[in-house]
Design a protein around this ligand. Structure first.
Ligand code: NAD
Ligand code: ZN
Length: 353
């Protein structure tokens, strides 16, 4: 679990005080990995507390993180710093936070990041790392995974060393997120709740967080009485609780299929979940009905026909990626999932998208 967290509008200003005691020496810098969208935005300008050799690296979130990108960043950091950095601070959405977690792990672990995709393969503790979300929903700020696209698969580095040592939840930073993106990433949280609460892995720990997150999602996406600030504050906490819920259970059908779309077509996680969730009535009847109500209420368009012109080979790649995520299927369907979720069934579902 994340060991330290602060919450509150304006809490980003505490960053300097929070990290100062963690500085190892004047030549051991803090590296700030920041979503490139903030290069042009006033929200953060001049507010990143730089000292000594600290560095800001702006990273585009146009594409989801790749193992090759993580390895290149780690090499750059090792080559350009006099000493091993004091810490990595990721400021952005799931893309940047995952990058920060992966870089912090790979600074102390040999080899390439693709070797650590899977469960509990990381050998050495990561360096100190801080997560600061600027868009809410993924739960990446709280999870024990960092999802990377590697040469053979899209899979997380799931380990006890992955979670952040410190998280700063400042809902002010989420101001200005485009509406569609707000919905897509927010629905990631909603889908986490539905998949966790309807999974066979459910337990009292996950349920307590999942139910709270779902209650918040209903308020945020269906209730007209919330103002913009209340809604942003609540979505930040929904994201946290949704992430906590899946930390001790699993996601399900939507995530398994969305990973296939992401791997083959580069469809991003949030919108990918929405594209898939449109067609999952059979597995999550109530969840899908409520999702459609939310999508209609906010007048959001979901891309369609993205699989129309795919070849057999391409369908097979997506199906392979999806089916390789065994814990997700077992959680969603049960131990006999292989009998239920056949390649033909998956092909038919993908063909509708
Ligand atoms: P994102 O980080 O990809 O960002 C989406 C878009 O919003 C980008 O264009 C970004 O620049 C923009 N943006 C972010 N903050 C903004 C702000 N304050 N103002 C304006 N624009 C802003 O989106 P996401 O949905 O948060 O993250 C998706 C990623 O998270 C995927 O790579 C997915 O695999 C990963 N993920 C990780 C976990 C986990 O547990 N580690 C869980 C779910 C998803
Ligand atoms: Zn997700």
């Amino acid at each position: 679990m994340v060991s330290r967290v602060v919450f509150g509008r304006g809490s980003f200003s505490q960053l300097e005080d929070i990290i100062a005691p963690k500085r190892l020496s004047v030549s051991a810098p803090f590296i700030f990995l920041v979503d490139a969208v903030f290069e042009k935005k006033a929200t953060l300008s001049g507010r990143i507390p730089l000292a000594y050799d600290d560095k800001v690296i702006f990273i585009s979130a146009d594409e989801e993180p790749k193992t090759s990108q993580v390895d290149a960043l780690v090499e750059e950091i090792i080559l350009t710093c006099k000493q091993r950095p004091s810490g990595i601070i990721g400021i952005g959405g799931g893309t940047i936070m995952d990058m920060a977690k992966a870089v912090a792990i790979m600074i102390t672990n040999e080899g390439e990041s693709k070797d650590y995709q899977g469960w509990d393969l990381v050998k050495n503790p990561a360096i100190y790392h801080v997560g600061i979300p600027t868009i809410s929903g993924t739960g990446a700020e709280v999870s024990r995974t960092t999802i990377l696209t590697g040469p053979v698969r899209k899979l997380g580095i799931n380990s006890d060393y992955t979670p952040f040592d410190q998280v700063i939840l400042d809902p002010e930073l989420t101001k200005g997120v485009p509406k569609d993106q707000w919905f897509y990433t927010g629905m990631d949280c909603y889908v986490h709740c539905i998949e966790s609460l309807n999974g066979t892995y459910l337990n009292a720990f996950s349920q307590s967080y999942g139910e709270k997150a779902l209650e918040l999602c209903k308020e945020i996406f269906l209730d007209d009485t919330l103002d913009e600030k209340e809604s942003a504050d609540k979505l930040m906490m929904a994201s946290w609780h949704g992430g906590m819920s899946i930390a001790y259970s699993q996601v399900g059908v939507a995530h398994a299929m969305s990973y296939g779309l992401g791997y083959l077509l580069g469809v991003k996680h949030g919108v990918g979940n929405c594209i898939v969730f449109e067609h999952l009535e059979e597995y999550y009847p109530e969840g899908v009905a409520m999702y459609k109500k939310m999508r209609a209420k906010h007048n959001i368009t979901i891309p369609q026909g993205i699989c129309t012109n795919l070849t057999d080979e391409q369908f097979n790649i997506m199906i392979d990626v999806a089916l390789s995520l065994e814990p997700l299927w077992e959680n969603a369907i049960g131990k006999n999932w292989q009998k239920v979720m056949t390649r033909e069934k998956l092909r038919a579902l993908y063909s509708k998208m």
